[in-house]
Design a protein around this ligand. Sequence first.
Ligand SMILES: Nc1ncnc2c1ncn2[C@@H]1O[C@H](COP(=O)(O)OP(=O)(O)OP(=O)(O)O)[C@@H](O)[C@H]1O
Ligand SMILES: [Mg+2]
Length: 468
Amino acid sequence: MFVVNLFLIIFLIICLLFLVRLLLHRTALIYVLRKWVERIDDQIHVHQQFRVPELNESGQENQLYRKVQLYVNSLASVEDSDYTNLFSSEESNDIVLALEDDQIIRDTFLGARVMWVRIDRSFVLKIKKKDKRRILKPYLQHIHTISNDIEQRGKILKLHMNTNGKWRSIQFNHPSTFDTIVVHLDLKNKIKSDLENFVNSKQYYHKLGRVWRRSYLLYGPSGTGKSSFIAAIANFLSYDVYNFDLSQIEDDDNLNLLLLQTKCKSLIVVEDLDCYISEKSRTGISSSGLLNFMDGILCSSCCDERIMIFTMNSKGGIDFDLLRPGRIDVHIYFPLCDFNSFKGLASNYLGVKEHKLFQQVEEIFQGGATMSPAEIGELMLVNRSSPSRALKSVITALQANGGGGKAAMRLRDSAESSPAPSSATEDGGGAAWKGTVPKEFRKLYGMLRLRSCNRPESLDHESDMIER
Ligand SMILES: Nc1ncnc2c1ncn2[C@@H]1O[C@H](COP(=O)(O)OP(=O)(O)OP(=O)(O)O)[C@@H](O)[C@H]1O
Ligand SMILES: [Mg+2]
C-alpha cells in the first residue's frame, strides 16, 4: 500500500513539474525569471565600461562606431528584445532593426556575457571585470570581422572618378559579370582563382614584406572587353572602383593624395595607359611618380588590400620597366573574335548554341576574318529578334570587310599613333566603315589578320594569363 502511495506521489510531482514547465514556457514567466537571474548576476559583479562615440575628437565619423552599430543591430537579441526600431535600409528594400536609446542588449562571447547600451550617440560596452582581460581584444576583433562580412554582403559598389583633383562618386551598377564576358573558360577560371588567392593571402604577403596588392595589365584591340572585364572583377569581389584619369591629375602630389584617399578592398584602375604615356601633352606626373604609383607604395600607408588594373591597346613601344615583373603581376591579352568566341557571343546575345549558319561563319573565320566582340555583339543586339538575320548580318560584315573590322583599324591606328576612327554606328558597326577604308590600310590589316589567324586559339597565345 505504502509503495503504491509513493509511486502515486512521485507521479503527481512529475505531472506538476511538467505543468509548471509548460506554464513557464507558454507564458512570459520563464523570460521574466531568466531576466531576474541575469540582473542579479549583473548586480553582484563589477563591470568595466567602454564607450564608442559616433564622432571622434576632430568631429569625423568614428569607424568603430559604424562597425559596432552594424554588429549590435545584427544580434539575434535585438530581434528578441521587448521593443526595437524598424527602418527601411537606405541602400536596399530590406527592413533593418536598430537599437533604441538606453535599451540593453546582451551578447555572449567565449562563454562571457557582455552588454551593449546606446546612450547619446554612443555605444557603451559593459564587460565583467573578471572577463575583460580574456575577451576584450578577441571580442573587438570578432565585431570587426562580422561587421565587415555584413558590409560586404549588402555592399552597394561605388565608382569613384577624379575631377579637379578630387574624387567624385556614383553608384556602380555595371551589370558585367564573368558569365557575360566571352573569354576562354580556362583563362576565366585561372583569373578567378588568382583573384581569390590574392584576397586570402594577407598573411603571406606580409610575411614576405610585400605590399598586399596585385596588378593586372589588360591589353588588346578596342572593343574586346577590357573595361567590361574590370567591371566583372569589381562585381566578383564586391570592390569599389577608383578610375584614375591621369590627364586630370596635375602633379605627383595630387596623384599621391588621390591614391591615399582610396579605400582598401578597391580596384585602382588606369585605362588606356599607353595613350597617356604616348601623349605629348602629358600632365605634370613625373616618370618616377608614375612608377611609384604603379608600385602602390603609398597604398601600404593606409590599408593595403588593393588590386591595380591597367589597360592598353598595345604593349608596343612601352618601356619594359613600366611593365616589369613585380610592377605588373599578370598580363592578360584580349584578342579579336575567333569562331569560339563568336559562338559564345551567339549564345549570350541570341540564346543560340547551334545554327545551320554556324558552318559558314566558321569557314569565314578560318579564312582569317575577324572583328571585335563589341562589333559582333552590336550586330547581334540590334538583330536579336531574328537569330538568322543576326548571323547573316555578321557574315555580311565579316565578308564585306574582307576579314577586317573597326577593331583592326584601331589596332593599326594605335600602332601608328594616329587618331582613332569614329566609333561603331547604332545599326551595328561592322559594315558602317566599310567603304571608308583606304587600300593601304586593308593591306596592312591583311598582315595583322594573317598574324592573328596563325594563332591556334585566340586566348592561348601570349594572350593567356602570363604571370611575371
Ligand atoms: N569578350 C567579350 N564578351 C562579351 N561582350 C564583349 C566582349 N568584348 C566586348 N564586349 C562588348 O563590347 C562592348 C565594348 O566592350 P569594352 O568597352 O569592354 O571594350 P574595351 O576592350 O574596353 O574597348 P576599348 O579599348 O575601346 O576601351 C561592351 O558592351 C561589351 O559588352
Ligand atoms: Mg575600355
